[in-house]
Design a protein around this ligand. Structure first.
Ligand code: AMP
Length: 321
């Protein structure tokens, strides 16, 4: 994840929750993609603070840094080395077809794209393959990047081998049921840059106030009017955060007995309840930033050791050893 400020519930349902559930069965590597922030902004004033903040969100939501290292990309120089090599294994044409890049150009109204921004899936391929990742738990927007990673891994394996063995696995994306959570405004994706999200750190009052503006069926104007839950964003959030009451909510909406305001407040309450333990844990960690910094440093050392092992194989296979 890029450290671009507080995480929203889209990050959680699309990726973070999945990381937590996979950490018992996999050796996870949790990367703070700080170099990747440069693709859309050269203002690095808050990048360190945002990184620490993001780590707090991860741990508060259940990531165990002892099981799986948490580390900054910029502290493991092997990422840049592998990125350079990988950049020779993919064409500019292939990168220009990346649908996520096209989406970013549209959403952020970008007038031009830097060489690094065009190539950011190549850096991401290095992020994944340095740790010989075979499963990549990401949201839907990242799936094209995993495709590019597969292409690069295959290309590398065809060109180079070490003692008759291929170095890289061909990774698979692992997506969740909510791999693209829409924003409160009904836009296709909840996103920090679109300002349409509920933050993991938002207190209940804030969630309620944001939820008041959430997009619902425009034909349901007042309580009593029947609504269509299939086009209602709040109903989608209920599916995730209030599954026990989902049939009752659906029935109340379609028959008109449940008004949108009550439905929204119930949903906001459930979201606040879901994240209450994380908010508590967050407050504890905020009071002990020194511990968070230690966790990152420990993760950086562990990640660097794994990355160097892969790079020494790569250099040897490529006769740069
Ligand atoms: P980013 O902030 O773009 O680095 O995203 C970090 C991770 O969260 C990626 O795996 C994204 O696909 C995922 N993600 C971000 N926004 C959403 C969303 N609205 N719905 C689902 N997943 C998301």
């Amino acid at each position: 994840m890029r450290p671009t400020g507080s995480l929203h519930i889209g990050h959680y349902v699309g990726a973070l929750e999945n990381w937590v559930s996979l950490q018992d069965d996999y050796q996870n590597f949790h990367l703070i993609a700080d170099y990747h922030t440069l693709t859309t902004s050269l203002d690095t004033t808050n990048v360190y603070k945002d990184s620490v903040d993001m780590v707090i969100d991860w741990i508060a939501c259940g990531i165990d840094p002892v099981k799986s290292p948490i580390f900054r990309q910029s502290k493991v120089k092997q990422h840049t080395e592998l990125h350079l090599i990988f950049s020779m294994l993919i064409t500019k044409n292939r990168l220009e077809k990346n649908p996520t890049l096209k989406e970013q150009i549209r959403d952020l109204n970008l007038q031009g794209v830097s060489y690094g921004h065009l190539g950011y899936p190549v850096l991401q391929s290095a992020d994944i393959l340095l740790y010989k990742g075979n499963a990549v738990p990401v949201g839907e927007d990242q799936v094209p990047h995993v495709e590019i990673t597969r292409h690069i891994a295959e290309h590398f394996n065809q060109a180079f081998e070490l003692n008759g063995k291929k170095i890289f696995p061909i990774p698979e994306p692992k997506i969740t049921k909510f791999a693209r959570l829409p924003g409160l405004d009904g836009k296709a994706k909840m996103s920090k840059s679109l300002g349409n999200g509920i933050l993991l750190s938002d207190p209940e009052d804030e969630i309620k106030s944001k939820m008041k503006k959430a997009f619902t069926d425009p034909a349901k104007l007042r309580k009593g009017d029947p609504g269509n839950p299939n086009i209602c964003l709040v109903y989608l959030y209920h599916q995730k955060f209030n599954p026990e009451e989902e049939p009752e909510i659906r029935n109340g909406c379609t028959t008109g007995t449940l008004g949108c305001f009550d439905c929204k407040m119930k949903c906001a309450g459930k979201i606040a309840e879901h994240f209450a333990p994380a908010r508590e844990k967050r407050a504890e960690l905020e009071a002990n930033i020194g511990r968070v910094v230690e966790i990152m440093e420990d993760g950086e050392n562990r990640a660097r050791a794994a990355a160097e092992q892969t790079m020494s194989e790569v250099r040897e296979a490529m006769r740069f050893g």
